[in-house]
Design a protein around this ligand. Sequence first.
Ligand SMILES: *[C@@H]1O[C@H](CO)[C@@H](O)[C@H](O)[C@H]1NC(C)=O
Ligand SMILES: *[C@@H]1O[C@H](CO)[C@@H](O)[C@H](O)[C@H]1NC(C)=O
Ligand SMILES: *[C@@H]1O[C@H](CO)[C@@H](O)[C@H](O)[C@H]1NC(C)=O
Ligand SMILES: *[C@@H]1O[C@H](CO)[C@@H](O)[C@H](O)[C@H]1NC(C)=O
Ligand SMILES: *[C@@H]1O[C@H](CO)[C@@H](O)[C@H](O)[C@H]1NC(C)=O
Ligand SMILES: *[C@@H]1O[C@H](CO)[C@@H](O)[C@H](O)[C@H]1NC(C)=O
Length: 410
Amino acid sequence: MGVHTGRPAILFFGFLSVIGASFSPSFAADNLDQTSSLRDGLSLLYLCIRFNRGNEKPVVWAANRESPLNGSDGILRFGEDGNLVLLDKAGNIVWSRILNSSTGGNRVARLLETGNLVISDAGGVLWESFDEPDNTLLPGMKLSLNTKTGARKHLTSWKAMDDPSPGKYTSRLVVKHLPTTVLQEGTTLIFSPGFWNGVGFTGSPSHNANNFFNSSVVSSGDEVSYSDSLIAGTGSLRLVVTPSGSIKRYVWKDKADSWTLLWTAPAISESYGLCGPYGTCAESDYPNCRCLSDFSPKSPEEWQQGNWTGGCVRNTGLSCSGGDGFRAVEPVKLPALLNATVTEDMSLEDCQARCANSCTCTAYGSGDIRRGGKVCVSWDGDLVDIMNFTSSGQVLFLRVADANGGTIFS
Ligand SMILES: *[C@@H]1O[C@H](CO)[C@@H](O)[C@H](O)[C@H]1NC(C)=O
Ligand SMILES: *[C@@H]1O[C@H](CO)[C@@H](O)[C@H](O)[C@H]1NC(C)=O
Ligand SMILES: *[C@@H]1O[C@H](CO)[C@@H](O)[C@H](O)[C@H]1NC(C)=O
Ligand SMILES: *[C@@H]1O[C@H](CO)[C@@H](O)[C@H](O)[C@H]1NC(C)=O
Ligand SMILES: *[C@@H]1O[C@H](CO)[C@@H](O)[C@H](O)[C@H]1NC(C)=O
Ligand SMILES: *[C@@H]1O[C@H](CO)[C@@H](O)[C@H](O)[C@H]1NC(C)=O
């Protein structure tokens, strides 16, 4: 086939020998049927799907991430059993996918405009690459979690720019109370944009406000999933987890000739836990951390030295018996949902009453900011991962001992 601008291509790609602007595919095809096969002429190391956009032509998916072909020949075809196999020149199976023998007939692999490699037969879809995400999220692809079985679709970084084998970083959807995406190094949380508040993530109000795409979180049966969709006029979009542990969002605008980096996360102020309990973080502040008002650094010495992880403590303790109140702190990223309670169909008024009636409740806020969306979030214990924005954030109703200008309850 010809290489059309913008169209994803499936091809064999020798990372170790050629990468970047000078690379041109020796063979590419977007259709494979049961009698044909893909064969390249050059060094065959990984079977990849990549964009045909810009000089960079970024790779978005590699089949044999963990088992590169050794040598200069490889074949992708349907085996005699009908399964999809990638063979090296000696005929050894390097990578394969077992396909259900459904209705038989007309088994075909097709690469769609979306970048999804789909294998189907007369009976329907048998397998698709979108179900096995690599390091890149494309529009229409899902980060998902089955809350019953725990099955997930998540992104895994490459080990290095030229080594697609799985690296240390993953980006996944977690559902603890409310859906949240997280970036982890192994099992350590290093960044989260916060929970999904019905419109966007509480900690990324501006990431979701753009003219290129919109994002959604959808629950269907046991599955909760996050996905992006392009807004008309946007050429392409991709989100990549890099080998060094950042998330980069690129857009290809219509009539453009290169990818534009929209944002990189985490920014310094987005590093999980940087400012400790009751600390707030702002990218524009130096130092980045400060204590919520009426709180002071737990260890002034460490705080002074730029180690903020110990966080802040109250200047005046709460009195459970009465006299406490709430102060609206805004606009902020609401705290991580540690020790939080989420109640659907509860107004903010009732949410406040519930928090007021519990001695351990430290704050409350809205879990859904859409019109009429009534989801009460209340926190027991320490509040961590709060960010201070200059505009468009949420309101945290913080329990304080002396309700300076806030609502007093007794
Ligand atoms: C690749 O093939 C060459 C030549 O057959 C062999 O010497 C080498 O050990 C192989 N490398 C791997 C990683 O299998
Ligand atoms: C294969 O078919 C079985 C039975 O219909 C089904 O449970 C299973 O999920 C299918 N596997 C795949 C990979 O689609
Ligand atoms: C998101 O964009 C798609 C495509 O333009 C549109 O159909 C959909 O209504 C949008 N959704 C939201 C929530 O704006
Ligand atoms: C920062 O402070 C925390 C506790 O407040 C302490 O455990 C940690 O060792 C300190 N880190 C450094 C690099 O000093
Ligand atoms: C959450 O509650 C547990 C048990 O009460 C407590 O040990 C822990 O410190 C709390 N976490 C936060 C962040 O308050
Ligand atoms: C947020 O930053 C502004 C200005 O930098 C500051 O006045 C305000 O107290 C901060 N709010 C919080 C909750 O840290």
